[in-house]
Write a protein that binds this ligand. Structure first.
Ligand code: S3P
Length: 435
């Protein structure tokens, strides 16, 4: 399959963005371990989320799609059943890390695997804290997949200072804490997304959380709840930037998740001079949502500081693209974590920026991009994506402002988080061609 993104005239119209990926994983898992039936609407139907859904089914949970929602019959914290086969999480770090926490408190063994990219990603970051809690979890010699979890006599709550700010690690610990003796306290250097905390609260857990500290008291059950999933802010980010950098654009995105731990990109883009209006504020469960209107804008460069990074970690590739169209040098400090995502995103983006003939350089822990201003047009080229969905979507958006087109290699990866990207993009006026 080939995706060609051709220069476009401007984006217009209103769309609803499909459900958030992070919240979809958590909704499925929390519903599965609650004490009754939960209905989930606007679940993200991406490969990543469907892999988590299938693994829960393999573990004995009944999940049925009924019209607009998924019905999940929860079986309590320890009600999962052993799976005969290995559990496959595809490309998803979130799926495998969250489920590792939950599987650590079960009284059966599990083996967890993933695709080629996930098989290379670091698992020591969860193996360490879970082992400290008493879990029997191990990976390969290099602490990568496959992960093997065998039942342990007892799991204890933990007082843990996280070496890297990571919502996946924090959440693995929180899920393991549901079967633990004693309370759990987690301290982070910078705030990471707090969807697990919000959902635990929604399901009745005894949890308190602030910017950098989470405290979970012993909790023995979750009360089933219906959940409506907000639109995915990270998916929206591609169209937000597309509208800002494409002339004569004016688009509206409906019911987008506005969790404060996820929307640093909005602040950055507004600081850069982006014309973005946020309105119709509301709540889905404990998660804030709003509608967004975005118009073409002249952008100034941005400065990303270490504290910003966890909050816009998934949006850095598309923020790099926005920076190419800003007037001047943008800087990004401490973005090392980008190397440990679905691909080495720093390298993948540098490769593509070089092909766009955008000057960029890495000086110690500072990455700089020299923007060419609003009239810049990218030369035509083939973007390597390393089977990484966010790299593919970032260069697809750059293509809208190219001399004529950018070709995207292995665009199938987009299905890991946003299968509707091409169709919704076309609806807004993106000139995407699939062959
Ligand atoms: C996620 C957390 C982030 C993010 C990922 C989703 C989550 O990863 O990059 O796409 O749902 O918890 P880290 O926690 O590893 O930074």
């Amino acid at each position: 399959m080939k995706l060609i993104s051709k220069s476009a005239e401007g984006l217009h119209g209103e769309i609803k963005i499909p459900g958030d990926k992070s919240i979809s994983h958590r909704a499925l898992i929390c519903a599965s371990i609650s004490d009754g039936t939960s209905k989930i609407s606007n679940l993200q139907e991406s490969e990543d989320v469907i892999n988590t859904l299938n693994s829960l089914k393999q573990l004995g949970i009944n999940i049925i799609k009924e019209n607009e929602f998924y019905k999940v019959e929860g079986k309590g914290f320890r009600g999962l059943e052993a799976s005969e086969n290995q559990l496959y999480f595809g490309n998803s770090g979130t799926g495998i890390r969250l489920m590792s926490g939950l599987l650590s408190i079960q009284n059966f063994s599990s083996s967890l695997i993933g695709d080629e990219s996930l098989s290379k990603r670091p698992m020591k970051r969860i193996i360490d804290p879970l082992s400290k809690m008493g879990a029997n979890i191990s990976g390969s010699k290099e602490d990568t997949l496959p992960l093997r979890i065998i039942p342990s006599k007892k799991i204890y709550g933990i007082n843990y200072r996280m070496p890297v700010a990571s919502a996946q690690v924090k959440s693995a610990i929180l899920f393991a804490s549901l079967g633990a003796q004693g309370d759990t306290k987690i301290i982070e250097k910078s705030m990471s997304r707090d969807h697990t905390e919000r959902m635990f609260e929604y399901y009745g857990a005894n949890i308190t959380y602030s910017e950098k500290e989470t405290y979970l008291k012993e909790t023995d059950k979750f009360t089933s709840q219906n959940i409506e999933i907000p639109g995915d802010f990270s998916s929206s980010a591609f169209f937000i930037v597309a509208a800002l950098i494409s002339k004569n654009s004016d688009i509206t995105l409906k019911e987008v998740g506005m969790n404060p731990s996820r929307i640093a990109l909005l602040d950055k883009l507004m600081e850069m001079g982006g014309d973005i209006q946020v309105f119709n504020h509301s709540l889905f469960g404990k998660e804030p949502i709003a509608d967004l209107n975005i118009k073409s804008s002249v952008l100034n460069p941005c400065e990303v500081t270490p504290d910003d990074v966890p909050n816009l970690i998934d949006e850095l590739p598309i923020l790099f693209i926005a920076s190419c169209f800003a007037e001047g040098i943008s800087s990004f400090i401490d973005i090392e974590e980008l190397k440990h995502k679905e691909s080495d995103r720093l390298k993948a983006m540098q490769d593509g920026l070089n092909k766009m003939r955008i000057k960029n350089f890495l000086d110690g822990n500072v990455f700089c991009i020299e923007g060419m201003g609003k009239d810049y047009k990218s030369p035509n080229f083939l973007a390597e994506t390393y089977y990484d969905h966010r790299i593919a979507m970032s260069f697809a958006i750059a293509g809208l402002n190219s001399n004529s087109s950018i070709e995207i290699a292995s665009p199938e990866s987009i299905n890991t988080s946003f299968p509707e990207f091409i169709e919704l993009g076309k609806k807004l006026g993106c000139n995407f061609e699939i062959s």
